[in-house]
Design a protein around this ligand. Sequence first.
Ligand code: GUN
Length: 171
Amino acid sequence: MLTDNAEDQQTHDWFGDLQRLDDWMDQVIDTLQQGIAAGQSPFAAGIFHPDGRCVVTAHNTVRRRNQISRHGEVNALDEACRLTGRLDLSGLILVSTGEPCPMCAATAAMAKVDGIVYGASCSDILDAGYKMLELPCEEFFRHANRSPKIRGLVRRERCRELLMQNRKDAS
Ligand SMILES: Nc1nc2[nH]cnc2c(=O)[nH]1
């Protein structure tokens, strides 16, 4: 049975807590900047409890690993599964500096996350020269049998700026 405290944590209105969403995105942006310093593409993601606690953050490692699927979101989801020992991440929130592409959205759906928060939009990512399948995340989930709560454009200007400063064709 849940204690009162645990119940509070489960029912916390993270979706409407704009300060919390900004704080989460700031943590993920720090990880993105570590990725850039390590020569990686400007994307990162994290997995959080609704009560605020961070399970993990991870940046994109496509270049370092030479693996096309190593997007920030997939790395964070994989690592959260490893750390928690669960393949079912229901109750947790995926926070990403960029709108999840269909591969990342599908991985989030498989992991059953309760929510997705993203910064830069699909069109911001394309503007910075990163090709993605042009299917907005909300559109993807309209066709899926699970629908996490989705909150986009959190710290969008900062996430977009980091994309534009690290354009794909800049190197
Ligand atoms: N959302 C997202 N889009 C990308 N496009 C290229 N890499 C990435 C990534 O890691 N995340």
